[in-house]
Design a binder for this molecule. Structure first.
Ligand SMILES: Nc1ncnc2c1ncn2[C@@H]1O[C@H](COP(=O)(O)OP(=O)(O)OP(=O)(O)O)[C@@H](O)[C@H]1O
Length: 242
């Protein structure tokens, strides 16, 4: 099992955010997670990534407890809306960074990084600096930086949330392509039901600190999504007031 979370609970002050939440990711699947704003999706990802402690519960990767591992030693990568690139490093060096940390030979770094740049559709951009890239290109570089270290699981927190509609749908296609090519196992948090359906092999809904995972798209569509309906109303309200 690439990632398993058992009975994860988390409170902030008096507020229970996660309540004995459990999930099991299957090998090479993307699990989309929907849920109203503030229900605890980011908190769950951060606990899996080691960026936040849980009050109780256990996270294992391929059967190994990872709770005591620091974020940089966990075989997972947390990516979110902001493509976090080193501003002083070009595309090549941003992608190569994880290999340099692992003291790989220069020749391997060059081959693997150039190969990744091609797979990301970024040929000709190796020397560009992050400020010279579009939002979608920056997110591609972010994925490249993550994938080059062969993580077991990607934790994606609204990764395309900051992109315009066209770039977002381009990046959705890009993700589907690389998910297959790199045999990615991922959790994909999104507010967008269409995106959840497009990206997810399974879809889950977070509500009251728990996760309901639907075994198939049909079962997700057939369920009575009060929380999801509320979420749609919420975002419609926000977009009408902007
Ligand atoms: N470090 C923190 N200290 C106190 N409260 C926090 C902290 N982090 C999150 N929370 C609270 O926990 C709840 C869940 O937050 P979280 O960011 O996980 O929600 P979310 O589902 O990812 O929301 P969104 O969809 O808006 O990003 C919120 O009420 C938030 O205010």
């Amino acid at each position: 099992m690439p990632l398993q979370a058992n009975n994860i609970s988390k409170q902030f002050g008096g507020e229970t955010v996660l309540s004995e939440l459990s999930l099991q990711l299957k090998d090479q699947e993307t699990l989309s997670i929907l849920g109203r704003s503030g229900c605890g999706k980011t908190t769950l990802l951060k606990i899996c990534a080691g960026l936040q402690d849980s009050d109780s519960g256990l996270v294992t990767i391929e059967g190994t407890k990872i709770c005591s591992l620091s974020p940089q030693n966990r075989p997972v990568v947390y990516l979110y809306q902001e493509a976090l690139l080193f501003p002083h490093l070009n595309v090549f060096e941003n992608i190569a960074f994880g290999l340099r940390l692992r003291n790989k030979a220069e020749e391997d770094i060059s081959t693997q990084t150039n190969d990744m740049i091609t797979k990301l559709g970024l040929d000709g951009m190796a020397q560009k600096m992050p400020h010279q890239l579009s939002g979608g290109q920056k997110q591609r570089v972010s994925f490249g930086r993550a994938l080059i270290t062969n993580p077991k699981v990607l934790l994606l927190d609204e990764p395309f949330g900051n992109l315009d509609a066209d770039t977002r749908s381009q990046m959705q296609r890009f993700f589907k392509k690389i998910a297959q090519e790199f045999e990615i196992t991922a959790i994909f948090v999104t507010h967008n039901i269409k995106e959840a359906i497009l990206m997810g092999d399974r879809i889950a809904n977070m509500n009251n600190g728990k996760l309901t995972i639907y075994p198939s798209l049909e079962e997700f569509l057939a369920a009575d999504h009060k929380a999801v309906q509320e979420e749609i109303k919420f975002w419609k309200l926000i977009s009408n007031t902007n």
